[in-house]
Ligand binder design. Structure first.
Ligand code: ADP
Length: 264
């Protein structure tokens, strides 16, 4: 009764010979769906108790002055860790929604200029104004898509550039035409990433340097979210990097999602 999922591979041999390989992926797909459902349910169930804990911790923090110093430190640590867990659960839920949605992203016109300016302001606040963030935006070039998903994807890239580059680094955010449609790139002049890591970066929970990522409050889910947002916009994420010179994360969008307001 279940619809079967088959994968075909055809290989050419010499002039007339072909090898046809058929793989039945039904079971794999069913397991993947079970994994996605499990993650979605667990994240959802964790959310309520976490909200209660965070609420009480906040109330107790108001009276922290009345506590002995050792307890104050404990309370601060509990608040910090519960915020981290809330962030993880939110990202897990975001990712599982993106993975399981059967619909393409909505295609609402988005004013890229204001969106990128807001992300820049938030990123500067995160950096404590210690990074230079340059905006290089073609104002005539607009995108159709889901503003919430795109805001989350672009913010992830810009916040990563802040988190993983030292103070004083320059981050350039460019929105421009490319030969397929248009591209949003986030370039930094930070430490860069060894190329052997690049193809794993969009996998869930993959981190180049676990200790550094934990310090920055990372979950290892950010780039997986970006990848899925791009897939839902019929686009893709390209990553290039050079040790000692910096990294560049580019979101490519197809021409079908790009328009210039003059032509409306
Ligand atoms: P995290 O939550 O750990 O930031 P991400 O999926 O967003 O997870 O990123 C995966 C890893 O890629 C990070 O842990 C970090 O090691 C690396 N990374 C991401 N952006 C940059 C960057 N701009 N410069 C250097 N390393 C980066």
């Amino acid at each position: 009764s279940e619809e079967r999922m088959l994968e075909y591979h055809i290989t050419l041999f010499g002039k007339n010979e072909r090898l046809l390989l058929v793989r039945d992926c039904t079971k794999m797909q069913r397991l993947e769906r079970m994994r996605q459902d499990f993650v979605a349910n667990v994240s959802h169930e964790l959310r309520t108790p976490l909200t209660v804990l965070a609420g009480y911790l906040e109330t107790f923090s108001d009276y922290a002055d009345e506590l002995p110093p050792r307890w104050q430190r404990g309370l601060a640590l509990m608040s910090q860790q519960s915020a981290r867990m809330e962030h993880l659960v939110t990202e897990l839920l975001t990712l599982s929604r993106l993975e399981t949605s059967e619909f393409k992203a909505e295609a609402t016109p988005i004013d890229m200029g204001p969106l990128l300016a807001t992300i820049r302001t938030d990123a500067l606040a995160l950096s404590g104004h210690k990074h230079n963030i340059v905006l290089n935006v073609d104002e005539q070039l607009q995108l159709r898509g889901s503003i919430n998903e795109l805001r989350s994807a672009f913010s992830n890239l810009v916040f990563n550039a802040v988190k993983y580059t030292p103070d004083g680094s320059t981050i350039t955010l460019s929105w421009q035409l490319d030969n397929q449609g248009a591209q949003l790139s986030v370039q930094d002049n930070g430490p860069g990433i060894d190329n052997k890591h690049l193809r794993f970066l969009t996998q869930r929970f993959y981190r180049v340097d676990d200790s550094r990522s934990s310090q920055t409050g990372g979950t290892g889910l950010g780039l997986a979210i970006v990848k899925h947002v791009m897939l839902r916009h019929q686009g893709h994420l390209d990553i290039s990097s050079c040790i000692g010179q910096g990294s560049c994360f580019t979101c490519h969008f197809p021409a079908s999602l790009i328009y210039t307001p003059d032509f409306i």
